[in-house]
Design a protein around this ligand. Structure first.
Ligand SMILES: [Ca+2]
Ligand SMILES: [Ca+2]
Ligand SMILES: [Ca+2]
Length: 257
């Protein structure tokens, strides 16, 4: 008898993402109509991304995530520190997010428990298509094969976790980047286009509507500051006039006495 298990909502979302990526075979053997999973179809080899088998002295734990019929989360531990501070830390964690028995996302950690690297097969075709690097635990760079043809076509760069640059390959036959996006304070500022594929930007495009709004807001701020300064000047002049008047009155009083 075949066991069937209900898939948790979180996993359904992931499976729908896979289905939307164009490969009709993705997830087919795993999820039946009504959102059930047949764990008997899981392969013996779950295609571990953590590569723990090459290092036999690493400790490994398997656990069951939300909605999973069998363990789908693996943690690989290593021992760090000297004799007094010896402790066990997670060096790699990998998950089968669409419950097809194949691990599809893995994250690596340093001895301090900070993320250092992540790899994911986001369309569940058996090939890694997204790589991410971290610095001090924060995302610093990602590379993505957005059309799943085996070649990276989007590179993103971050400073202190904030997106600053994106390079894309869109049309040039050499497979290299031909679009450059520059971000300022996390917002797209300008886009450079290499039209003739010589590796250099031929045209810069800007978000003119946003720039117009920003210029308008900047002018309003200047006007507000100017108005405030004028009001302050007027107030100061009035105060001086009052002081002068009071001084005149005092002098007159002295003369009368
Ligand atoms: Ca999977
Ligand atoms: Ca993939
Ligand atoms: Ca690609």
């Amino acid at each position: 008898m075949t066991l069937r298990w209900t898939v948790g909502l979180a996993w359904v979302g992931t499976i729908l993402l896979a289905a939307s990526c164009g490969d009709s075979s993705i997830g087919k053997a795993v999820v039946a109509p009504g959102g059930t999973v047949d764990p008997s179809t899981w392969p013996a080899d779950d295609k571990s991304i953590c590569k723990y088998k090459e290092t036999p002295d690493l400790e490994v734990s398997e656990s069951v995530g939300p909605g999973a019929p069998k363990p789908n989360v693996r943690r690989v531990y290593k021992l760090v520190g000297d004799r007094e501070s010896r402790r066990k830390v997670v060096s790699c964690r990998e998950i089968d997010t669409n419950l097809d028995g194949i691990k599809d996302v893995a994250r690596m950690f340093n001895d301090r428990g900070e993320a250092t690297h992540e790899e994911a097969d986001t369309n569940y075709d058996g090939r890694i298509d997204t790589w991410a690097d971290f610095e001090n635990g924060r995302l610093s760079k990602s590379e993505t094969d957005t059309n799943y043809d085996g070649t990276v076509d989007v590179w993103k760069f971050y400073v202190e976790g904030e997106l600053v640059r994106v390079r894309r390959h869109t049309h040039c036959p050499n497979g290299k980047e031909d679009v450059w996006e520059i971000y300022v304070k996390g917002r797209l500022d300008r886009i450079g286009n290499d039209l003739d594929c010589d590796g250099h930007v031929d045209r810069w495009d800007r978000d003119t509507e946003r720039l117009r709004k920003e210029e308008h807001e900047r002018r309003l701020q200047i006007e507000v500051v100017d108005a405030g300064a004028k009001a302050k000047d007027a107030s100061t002049s009035d105060a001086r006039a009052e002081d002068a008047s009071a001084a005149d009155s005092s002098a007159a009083e002295v003369v009368v006495q």
